[in-house]
Design a binder for this molecule. Structure first.
Ligand SMILES: Cc1cc2nc3c(=O)[nH]c(=O)nc-3n(C[C@H](O)[C@H](O)[C@H](O)COP(=O)(O)O)c2cc1C
Length: 367
C-alpha cells in the first residue's frame, strides 16, 4: 500500500465504538490481519487535542501497522491532523468518505465527499503532497442508486495519489439493507489503473471473502462486523485462500479464551469500571456463536467489575452444559447454522434461516 509493505491483504474495517486498542490487539493476536484502522476521528478535535479524540488514537508497539481514520471537510485541518499523526508514528491515514451521519456530513466530510469530486480531490491532494505515509480513502458505492459515484471518485483519487481505496458495496441510501453489490465493487476495480481496491461488506466467512476476491478482482478485503462474531476470520481466510482447506469453526473454549483476553485488555486500557461497562456491548457479539445464551446476555449487560464478569461468565459456562454432549459439543438441535454473506448464493434452507448481520443501535445505524 504505497510505501507500506503489508503482510496481509485482509483488513479490519473501522467500526466506531468498537475498533479500539483492545479489540485491535485481540484481532492481531489471533492473526491473519496486518493493517488495522481506528474508529473515525474528527480532524479538528485532534488538532485541538481533545481528550476523547486522543483516546481514539491510543495505540502501542503491538498495534502496528495502524491507520487512523480522519473525517472533516476543511483541507488544512485534514492535512495538519494527518501531519500530526505522521509525526507520532502512525503508519497510514484513511479518509472517511462513507459516513452518512449528520454530525459528520455537516462538516463536509463523510459521504458528503462522494458528491463533490473536485473539492474532494483537492483536499486529498493536499494531504498526499504533505505526507510521507500512505493515504487511503474509504467510500460507499455512491449516495444512492441514481448516483453511483465511486468509480469516478476512485479515479479522481488515484490521480490525487491515494495508496488504496476501500469500498463498502452499498450506497449511502441503502444503509445496511439489501445485498452488497459485488458488481459495484468490480466497477471501482475496473475504473482505476493500478491503485489497490479493497472490497468490503457482509463478509462473515472465508468462503465469502474468497468469493468477493473472485467476483470483483479486488486486491484485498476488509472485514468489520464479521470480526466480532469471529476474530479468527482473517486467519481462516488466509488459510483457505492459500490451501483450499476450511479450518473448523473455533470451539466454545477457544471463543471463551479470546473473550477473556478481550475483557482483560479492555480493563487494562480503560480501567476496571469503564472497561467493564464498555464490554457490556462487546460480549453479546461473541455470544451470538455460543448457542443458547439468554441468561448470559441478560446478565453481562449489567457488569461493572471484574468480579461481576467472572461470576456471569462462570455461571453461564455451567448453565450451558445442559445443551451439550459429554464432549462439550452443542447437541444437534442447538447447533448454529453457518453464517452466509448477503451476496452468496445460498441453499434454500439457509435462506429461511438467514438473518441479516445485526447493526448495533445508535447513530451508526445508517453507516
Ligand atoms: C457500529 C459500526 C460503526 C462503524 N464505524 C465506521 C467508521 O468509524 N468509519 C467507517 O469508515 N466506517 C464505519 N462503519 C462501516 C464499516 O467500516 C463497514 O464498511 C461496514 O460495516 C460494512 O462492512 P461489514 O459488513 O464487514 O461490517 C461502521 C459500521 C458499523 C456497523
Amino acid at each position: 500500500m504505497g510505501t507500506l509493505a503489508l503482510e496481509s491483504n485482509l483488513f479490519l474495517s473501522p467500526l466506531a465504538g468498537y475498533t479500539n486498542l483492545p479489540f485491535r490487539l485481540v484481532i492481531r493476536e489471533v492473526g491473519g490481519v496486518d493493517l488495522c484502522t481506528t474508529d473515525l476521528v474528527n480532524a479538528r478535535s485532534l488538532l485541538e487535542q481533545n481528550p476523547k479524540a486522543l483516546k481514539l488514537i491510543e495505540t502501542n508497539d503491538d498495534d502496528r501497522p495502524l491507520a487512523v481514520q480522519l473525517f472533516g471537510g476543511v483541507p488544512e485541518e485534514m492535512r495538519d491532523a494527518a501531519l500530526y499523526l505522521e509525526s507520532i508514528g502512525i503508519s497510514a491515514i484513511d479518509i472517511n468518505m462513507g459516513c452518512p451521519v449528520r454530525k459528520v456530513v455537516k462538516t463536509g466530510g463523510g459521504s458528503a465527499m462522494m458528491t463533490e469530486l473536485d473539492k474532494t480531490q483537492n483536499l486529498v491532494r493536499g494531504m498526499v503532497d504533505a505526507l510521507k505515509i500512505p493515504v487511503s480513502a474509504k467510500m460507499r458505492l455512491g449516495w444512492d442508486d441514481d448516483n453511483i459515484t465511486a468509480p469516478d471518485l476512485a479515479r479522481a483519487l488515484e490521480d490525487a495519489g491515494v495508496a488504496a481505496i476501500f469500498v463498502h458495496g452499498r450506497t449511502r441510501a441503502q444503509g445496511f439493507e439489501g445485498t452488497v453489490k459485488l458488481s459495484g465493487i468490480r466497477q471501482v476495480v475496473e475504473a482505476v489503473n493500478s491503485v489497490p481496491v479493497v472490497g468490503n461488506g457482509d463478509i462473515t466467512s472465508p468462503e465469502a471473502a474468497k468469493h468477493m476476491f473472485e467476483e470483483t478482482g479486488c486486491a484485498g478485503v476488509s472485514v468489520g462486523r464479521g470480526a466480532f462474531y469471529n476474530p479468527w476470520i482473517f486467519k481462516h481466510t488466509q488459510h483457505f485462500i492459500e490451501s483450499g482447506e476450511l479450518l473448523p469453526e473455533p470451539t466454545f473454549e477457544e471463543r471463551i479464551h479470546v473473550l477473556r483476553r478481550h475483557y482483560d485488555l479492555m480493563i487494562k486500557i480503560f480501567g476496571e469500571n469503564r472497561g467493564s461497562i464498555m464490554f457490556r456491548k462487546v460480549a453479546p457479539w461473541y455470544a451470538k456463536r455460543f448457542g443458547p445464551t439468554k441468561p448470559f446476555n441478560k446478565a453481562i449487560v449489567q457488569i461493572s467489575t471484574r468480579e461481576d464478569f467472572e461470576r456471569v461468565l462462570n455461571g453461564y459456562i455451567e448453565w450451558r452444559e445442559r445443551f451439550t454432549d459429554s464432549n462439550g459439543k452443542l447437541l444437534p438441535q442447538y447447533e448454529l447454522t453457518p453464517m452466509v454473506a448477503s451476496f452468496m448464493n445460498e441453499p434454500e434452507s439457509a435462506v429461511e434461516k438467514r438473518k441479516a448481520i445485526p447493526v448495533p443501535k445508535g447513530p451508526v445505524e445508517v453507516w
